[in-house]
Design a protein around this ligand. Structure first.
Ligand SMILES: [Zn+2]
Length: 209
């Protein structure tokens, strides 16, 4: 029988358990094939090291599969002298990749929460955005995952998340709308129930500074 305690420590967000079964060498071979497929010579001097470099870069683009947002949010501070209003962090840079074309999604996120007796280090808000950005994403899911992680991790009274980004699969290919940006919002708790919170949040993120 399985030890029931294992369940508690099980990292439910770690979804890459199968991923590590592909070796770096195999991934490099795959990129070599793609280089050939686009009509290039992978043996050419400038390209010899490229598959290795691309694998290294991909590890960075997709490092979110090895990260867990819940552990980021574990360390909270209870000594806040009763502060219970909105904590809002604006313009957190986002670089992600769309899951349909693996093309970059570049933009910013705005994140707010209403503390419930405890607050979290400000850098952890940006870290949460980072963990979910560094995966293959849709902007809609990214927005929701950030919000749900904060809501749950901080046991917050409310969370608001906005992502404002351009999708290179739209600007560089296909419909080629260079200036199109996409905005997604997700509200939970008081931000969803009480429009006065939602309106204040929207006003703050709309202010240019
Ligand atoms: Zn796409």
């Amino acid at each position: 029988m399985k030890d029931p305690a294992m369940k508690i420590v099980k990292n439910t967000e770690k979804i890459n358990e199968n991923l590590s079964k592909v070796s770096d060498k195999e991934a490099e071979e795959a990129f070599k094939t793609i280089i050939k497929w686009i009509g290039e010579d992978p043996g050419r001097e400038g390209l010899v090291e490229t598959p290795r470099r691309v694998v290294k870069a991909f590890k960075e683009y997709f490092k979110g599969y090895n990260q867990d947002s819940t552990s980021e949010l574990k360390k909270t501070f209870g000594d806040v002298d009763g502060y219970d209003d909105m904590v809002l962090q604006k313009n957190i840079s986002v670089s992600s990749h769309c899951e349909h074309h693996m093309a970059p999604i570049i933009g910013v996120a705005h994140v707010a929460y209403l503390p419930n007796k405890k607050i979290v280090g400000l850098s952890k808000l940006a870290r949460t955005v980072e963990v979910f950005s560094k995966r293959l994403q849709t902007q809609e899911r990214l927005t929701m995952q950030i919000a749900n992680a904060l809501m749950k991790g901080l046991d917050a009274n409310g969370v608001a998340v906005t992502v404002d980004a351009t999708h290179q699969c739209m600007t560089m290919r296909g419909i080629k709308k260079e200036r199109a940006t996409t905005i997604t919002n997700y509200f939970a708790g008081k931000f969803k129930e009480d429009l006065s919170y939602q309106n204040r949040y929207l006003k703050y993120i709309g202010d240019k500074n």
